[in-house]
Ligand binder design. Structure first.
Ligand code: SF4
Length: 230
């Protein structure tokens, strides 16, 4: 049995379809092909970073790739990703491979914005966020996610009025958009730039948010709620 089939068996039929006759997989594959060709934003640095057509009821929305992700060809491929996947490993015993194979990984912007001369990566402009929202909207139309996990303030702000992380992390928000019901459970950004998730109350609120995610019916992981870290 190859690796991808093992993942299918472990995660169940709601997750990870590569069946070409599955209409959702077909639509999503076409979508990802078009997304990878997008050059709508002149100040962005191609190539587009995509995690590929993973059919899932869980949508993770990051902010924008860094400079390593375009070379490595997948989202959260560097230090912030290591932290993010460690959180899920500790909370649910879920490996990076299982995460990537079972959760659709989107972002507010799919291209590296470039460096900010003052340090760090450039924050995408409102126009770039608006341009890229077309892709996110299409993904929501195709997948009809039951759980959305926005990671970091820029991503959270696409779904919820932004407040301090202390009052937003560790909560499940019920949303309805165009008649579609879904839950939003935000996470802080795992980058080393912010210490919020490494000290209280961030540490406890992060654990609470991860517990909400892994117990969510759409998450459907075999070990949910019994992670060795929480
Ligand atoms: S950031 Fe989004 S909209 Fe802009 S070029 Fe990249 S994929 Fe296209």
């Amino acid at each position: 049995m190859n690796k991808s089939k093992k993942v299918v068996k472990k995660w169940g039929q709601n997750y990870f379809s590569k069946n070409k006759s599955d209409p959702i997989f077909g639509k999503l594959t076409g979508h990802v092909q078009k997304l990878r060709l997008c050059r709508m934003c002149p100040w962005m640095h191609p190539p587009v970073v995509s995690g590929g057509p993973v059919v899932s009821k869980v949508l993770l929305v990051g902010q924008a790739p860094g400079d390593k992700e375009p070379k490595l060809g997948r989202p959260f491929a560097w230090t912030a990703g290591k932290t993010l996947f460690r959180w899920f490993d500790q909370a649910a015993g879920m490996s990076e491979e299982e995460f990537r194979a079972s959760i659709y990984m989107a972002a507010v912007c799919r291209c590296f914005p470039g460096k900010n001369p003052a340090g760090g990566d450039r924050v995408p402009s409102p126009e770039e966020v608006l341009n890229c929202s077309v892709w996110l909207k299409r993904e929501m139309d195709i997948l009809k996610p039951e759980l959305i996990i926005p990671v970091g303030k820029l991503a959270i702000a696409q779904f919820l009025p932004l407040q301090k992380l202390d009052s937003m992390i560790g909560r499940n928000y019920k949303k309805i958009v165009a008649g579609h019901h879904f839950d939003v459970i935000p996470l802080p950004h795992p980058s080393g730039a912010s210490p919020w998730h490494r000290k209280e109350p961030g540490k406890s609120l992060l654990k609470k948010a991860l517990r909400l995610i892994i117990k969510h019916p759409a998450f459907n992981f075999k070990n949910k709620g019994v992670g060795h870290g929480f």
